[in-house]
Ligand binder design. Structure first.
Ligand code: PEP
Ligand code: MN
Length: 363
């Protein structure tokens, strides 16, 4: 069962970016005070709102760098003091949470390897009771919306009302060349379930390599992301974790400029006449789409009614439900019409296959 509503505080009321897109950036891992200070000094020029750095790192292999641990907390507090930037770390269990609470760390995020595990989520939720720290919840490793929603419900059930999510992609053997498969439909479904819930995008963990980051950000912006969390390191080639996906501060600035990040204002009131014109065009297209969707559903209902009738007729004379030669003819007819109309053959094949599958099922 999914709760219809989460009890959350409106994002604009607690986000340091207010009505605008929230920009979180910083290294995958805090490695030294000098590294975090140097990176942060360059990042404030790109108007970030929150500085991130992992101090405990969940790594696939045991003998790799697993984070600087607790000693990174004062380094982040130095960033906060020096640059007036709020700071954020990942916690994976109740002990880590207790170590960061009350020390001046402003935000926490829960990683994909934590949100996948209901037991860990229960432990963290329990430790969060009575706290007011804002929590960012990444999607779980597997492409399962319910597990993500379960993580949100647990944190919200612990009384945390300042809550946001981060889409970082899903592990899959088919994700290449990306590190994690985006499955854009999953954050879109989450948004449909909870329209007020902010969803940020972490293009770094989706990409796995810096060259894919800009395209992913473009896509996320087109899907109305609430902000970004990007991994940026002052010297990525020397990074102790996720070296291939971390941008330099200069590359980060270029990417933001290319996607027009800072010029995107979310308040409708500030739209220029040209933007208003585009919005009017979008609204017209949406009306057309709504009409088409209605037609599609009605036609589909008609088709299914005919399928049902055929099914009954076939049973009377004991014909099998599936007649391959008839289906081949139907598909060929559809594909040649698709070709004439300039529609993708792949799209039509997939849709017709699904319709066929259900037609056989009801026969
Ligand atoms: C991270 O942000 O550094 C991290 C470990 O993220 P994820 O949980 O998305 O792998
Ligand atoms: Mn990382």
């Amino acid at each position: 069962m999914t709760k219809d509503k989460l009890d959350i505080e409106p994002f604009r009321q607690w986000s340091p970016a207010g009505d605008n897109l929230l920009l979180i950036a910083g290294p995958c891992s805090a490695e030294s005070e000098r590294q975090v200070m140097n990176t942060a000094a360059q990042l404030i020029e790109h108007k970030i709102n929150i500085f991130r750095a992992g101090i405990w790192k969940p790594r696939s292999k045991p003998y790799t760098f697993t984070g600087c641990g607790e000693k990174g907390i004062p380094w982040l507090l130095a960033v906060k003091r020096e640059f007036h930037l709020p700071v954020m770390v990942e916690v994976m269990n109740a002990d880590q949470l207790k170590l960061v609470l009350d020390k001046g760390i402003d935000y926490i995020w829960l990683g994909a390897r934590t949100t996948i595990n209901p037991y860990m989520m229960d432990e963290i939720s329990e430790a969060l009771h009575g706290c007011d720290i804002p929590v960012f919840i990444k999607n779980p490793i597997s492409p399962d919306l319910n597990t993500w929603i379960g993580a949100l419900e647990r944190i919200n059930g612990a009384g945390i009302r300042k809550m946001a999510t981060i889409h970082r992609g899903f592990q899959s053997v088919y994700s290449a060349p990306l590190r994690n498969e985006p499955h854009w439909d999953i954050p879109v479904k989450l948004k449909c379930t909870y329209p007020d819930l902010p969803i940020l995008c972490d293009p770094s963990h989706i990409a796995g390599e810096t060259k894919y980051i800009e395209d992913i950000v473009t896509k996320a912006l087109a899907l109305e992301t609430s902000g970004l969390m990007v991994e940026v390191h002052n010297n990525p080639s020397e990074a102790l974790s996720d070296d291939k996906q971390q941008l330099t501060p200069t590359q980060f600035g270029k990417m933001l400029k290319n996607v027009n990040f800072h010029d995107r204002c979310r308040t409708l009131a500030s739209n220029t006449p040209e933007q208003e014109e585009v919005i009017a065009k979008i609204n017209t297209c949406r009306q057309i789409i709504d009409g088409c969707n209605e037609d599609l559903i009605k036609v589909l209902a008609q088709r299914m009614a005919a399928v049902k009738e055929i099914g009954e007729a076939k049973r009377k004379i004991e014909l099998p439900a599936l007649q391959a030669s008839r289906w081949r003819d139907v598909m060929n007819q559809c594909l040649s019409l698709a070709d004439e109309l300039g529609l993708s053959k792949e799209l039509v094949t997939e849709i017709m296959d699904v319709i066929h599958k259900y037609s056989i099922k009801i026969q």
